[in-house]
Design a protein around this ligand. Structure first.
Ligand SMILES: Nc1ncnc2c1ncn2[C@@H]1O[C@H](COP(=O)(O)OP(=O)(O)OP(=O)(O)O)[C@@H](O)[C@H]1O
Ligand SMILES: [Mg+2]
Length: 253
């Protein structure tokens, strides 16, 4: 299997604060990896450093075999291969849903308008947002905005999709619609690296779960092992905290 992402002994920090302390990670074609871990453990920093939104201190990153940290690399080309969905939706408020999704195709890929339109509509259909194409982001719910953000990432045909807590800013009832869209996308064979604490979702889609704490990967394994039989006490304690929170939500169902 081809490596879509290969991270070797990565160190990243801010100022003199070391945040990622020697992480290695590999994602093969079509593989879906979920990252979990407490706040401040470096999950977002890891995702950002993969596309150099934060400059790593040391280590190696390869996307599709291309050395991302080399001085010669055209980082814009790399970013075109990688879709990034953040916790907040980052849509352009003055553009319609359709324009938001078409824009990268026209500006970055240079597609003619009719082709961009066709492609954008297709992807909006995939995330269930076709009928909202003429609305502006502020006329949509958070879940709908996040689905548009996912469409905008997908429209570029990325080889890797990075998702940083895509549902954490949403009310519980809006989460499911976004998670369903992500389950659907996961079924289409795209490689994904997802930071999430949605336990059921992680169990459904992840081939592997990586648990981070304090800048280290402290445990990783298939969902059945990591979620049900964690070996490390820190992992178990963290999962217990999330499960309690979930239980409190479920109590009123
Ligand atoms: N731009 C920044 N400048 C300085 N320090 C930062 C910056 N971004 C993050 N940090 C620090 O790096 C550490 C890791 O942050 P990061 O956002 O990667 O954690 P996280 O695991 O994503 O947390 P959360 O679950 O809260 O999103 C934290 O101590 C944070 O304060
Ligand atoms: Mg984060």
């Amino acid at each position: 299997m081809k490596d879509v992402l290969l991270v070797k002994d990565l160190y990243v920090g801010y100022g003199d604060q070391e945040v990622i302390r020697g992480i290695s990670l590999r994602i093969t074609e079509g593989e879906r990896v979920v990252i979990m871990g407490p706040s401040g453990s470096g999950k977002s920093t890891l995702l950002k450093s993969i596309v150099r939104l934060v400059e790593p201190w040391k280590g190696e990153v390869y996307i599709n075999g291309v050395n991302v940290l080399s001085d010669e690399v055209d980082i814009r080309k790399i970013r075109q291969m990688v879709g990034f969905v953040f916790q907040s939706y980052n849509l352009f408020p003055h553009m319609t849903v359709l324009r938001n999704v078409m824009l990268p195709l026209e500006v970055v890929k240079g597609l003619p308008k009719d082709e961009a339109l066709k492609k954008a509509i297709g992807v909006l259909r995939l995330v269930g947002m076709e009928e909202y194409k003429d609305r502006y982001p502020l006329q949509l719910s958070g879940g709908q905005q996040q689905r548009v953000a996912i469409a905008r990432a997908l429209v570029m045909d990325p080889i890797l999709l990075l998702l940083d807590e895509p549902t954490s800013a949403l009310d519980p009832e809006l989460r499911e619609e976004v998670l369903d869209v992500l389950r659907n996308i996961a079924g289409r064979g795209i490689s994904m690296l997802i930071v999430t604490h949605e336990l059921d979702f992680a169990e459904d889609v992840a081939d592997r779960i990586v648990f981070m704490d304090n800048g280290f990967v402290i445990e990783e394994g298939p969902p059945q092992e990591l979620l049900y039989k964690p070996k490390i006490d820190r992992t178990r304690r963290f999962l217990r905290t999330i499960a309690r929170r979930l239980y409190a939500v479920n109590r009123y169902r």
